[in-house]
Design a binder for this molecule. Structure first.
Ligand code: ADP
Length: 452
């Protein structure tokens, strides 16, 4: 059963259950009101009878009865009797002794008595008076009650059916409305496959569970896309990047071996082979790094990493490598709270990412000093690496994160074009952002930020 139908069914069941309770309560209230009202009317009749009884001395019994019959509203099948202390009925009526002695005694004892006798309702009242004590009993058939209760039951039944149906359809409309974004999401998700992992589900402008679902799903897609891309990059580039220098080496060797050559010629060939060998070594190193990152990417369990500590580790590494003072660390009023210096990440992967940026800064600035600026506050952590090197043109900035892209192909600076690609993927994995501000000829600043 679809969630929509299930929701509207639950809604209908709950609300019509509540409606039924209300209707039953109203029914019971009205029913008891009718009952009480009939007893009240019987009481009124006993009062009236008592007044007649007291005036009986002044009026003739017959005329009294006539007045009562003619002018006063009588209840259906009404019987009224007035009993004196000897349980004898006043006025000469047929069925003199209508109620038993026991009943009359009970009225005398309790003062007031109300009970039902088959279809009849009976009210008894005991009057103490200076003119004497007497018991009045009145009974009548409540013919209206059954008719009224049937009408009431019909009305409540019809109301229940009408409102119940209305509630079901209203529930359906609301369920449809509430779940309409889900329909959209389902149709968008069904279009996503391994070949188009770049597609995303449209964000929803609400702050509810559906928006959370979309966000989490999109984040999962981003992660999958990156992991998939890393694998594809490795497979697609490994053979090409390895084969090119190898082919070049084989070509040079073949040409050199073609005939006898002089020393200078052999030296040139050996230099060229050494060059290609160096390139091959670099490519293999970066491919290994790529494979390692790729491996970690899918399994990286995120643990809290103190970024300031990582920066001191980098400082130590570069001090050993380049000498003291070349990597200048600048810390801007760091917060005392350790939490604000910590991000969920994979320590060695984050180390690789930041190290690549620093490595480039030294490589492309002729080993001039490089400044690392570290800032952290309640909202974010930012690491900026600034060099005074050759800078990058606007057009190239867009391409430097592509795998194996290099601005300088003149081989003056060693590299394989994979470093920034790996860095950007790692930063993305830890939900950070990387951007570069650069002025050709003046230098570049690579900034990595992690929002808290
Ligand atoms: P690699 O350094 O191995 O060539 P990267 O992916 O690290 O590969 O960098 C890609 C390209 O971006 C480099 O070839 C270089 O041209 C450019 N680049 C990266 N960092 C800098 C920098 N700090 N200054 C100037 N150019 C840079």
């Amino acid at each position: 059963m679809k969630i929509k139908t299930r929701l509207s069914l639950y809604f209908t069941l709950i609300s019509s259950g509540a409606l039924l309770l209300v209707l039953v309560a109203v029914y019971i209230a009205v029913f008891s009101f009718f009952n009480a009202d009939f007893y009240n009317r019987l009481q009124e009749r006993t009062k009236l009878a008592s007044q007649f009884y007291l005036k009986a001395d002044e009026l003739a019994t017959d005329s009294l009865m006539q007045v009562q019959q003619k002018y006063l509203e009588k209840l259906p099948d009404e019987v009224i009797r007035i009993y004196d202390d000897y349980n004898l009925s006043a006025f000469n009526m047929k069925n003199h002794v209508y109620w038993t002695k026991e009943i009359i005694e009970q009225v005398r004892k309790e003062g007031v008595l109300e009970y039902e006798e088959g279809t009849r309702k009976v009210v008894g009242k005991y009057y103490h008076d200076n003119q004497g004590n007497y018991v009045i009993l009145a009974s009548a058939v409540d013919t209206n009650l059954s008719r009224r209760t049937v009408v009431l039951a019909k009305i409540t039944g019809v109301l229940f059916v009408i409102f119940g149906t209305g509630l079901f359809f209203a529930g359906r409309v609301f369920a449809q409305k509430a779940l309409s974004p889900v329909d959209k999401i389902i149709s968008q998700i069904s279009n996503i496959q391994a070949s188009n992992l770049h597609l995303r589900v449209d964000e929803v402008n609400t702050k509810d569970e559906i928006a959370q679902l979309v966000n989490n799903f999109n984040r999962l897609l981003e992660h999958l896309q990156n992991a998939f891309e890393l694998q594809q990059t490795f497979v697609a580039n490994a053979s090409h990047e390895l084969r090119t220098p190898l082919t070049s080496i084989m070509g040079e060797v073949d040409v050199a071996l073609n005939k006898k050559r002089n020393m200078a010629e052999y030296e040139r060939v050996l230099h060229s082979i050494a060059n290609d060998g160096g390139r091959l070594q670099e490519t293999i190193t970066s491919l290994m790094e790529l494979a390692q990152v790729d491996l970690n990417y899918t399994r990286a369990a995120l643990t809290p990493v103190r970024v300031d500590e990582l920066i001191w580790e980098l400082d130590e590494y570069w001090t050993n490598k380049k000498g003291p003072g070349l990597l200048k660390i600048q810390l801007a009023n760091l917060p005392e709270d350790e939490e604000l210096l910590t991000i969920p990440a994979h320590k060695s992967m984050l180390y690789i990412a930041l190290n690549n940026i620093i490595d480039n800064a030294f490589k492309y600035s002729g080993s001039n000093p490089v400044v690392l600026n570290f800032k952290a506050d309640a909202t974010s952590i930012a690491i900026a690496v600034t060099d005074k090197g050759q800078g990058i043109s606007k057009a190239d900035i867009e391409k430097i994160y592509q795998p194996f892209f290099r601005v300088n192909t003149d081989k003056s600076v060693s590299g394989s074009g994979i470093g920034l690609y790996i860095t950007s993927k790692i930063v993305e994995l830890f939900k950070g952002r990387i951007y570069v501000a650069s002025q050709p000829g003046e230098g570049s600043t690579f900034t990595v930020t992690f929002l808290k």
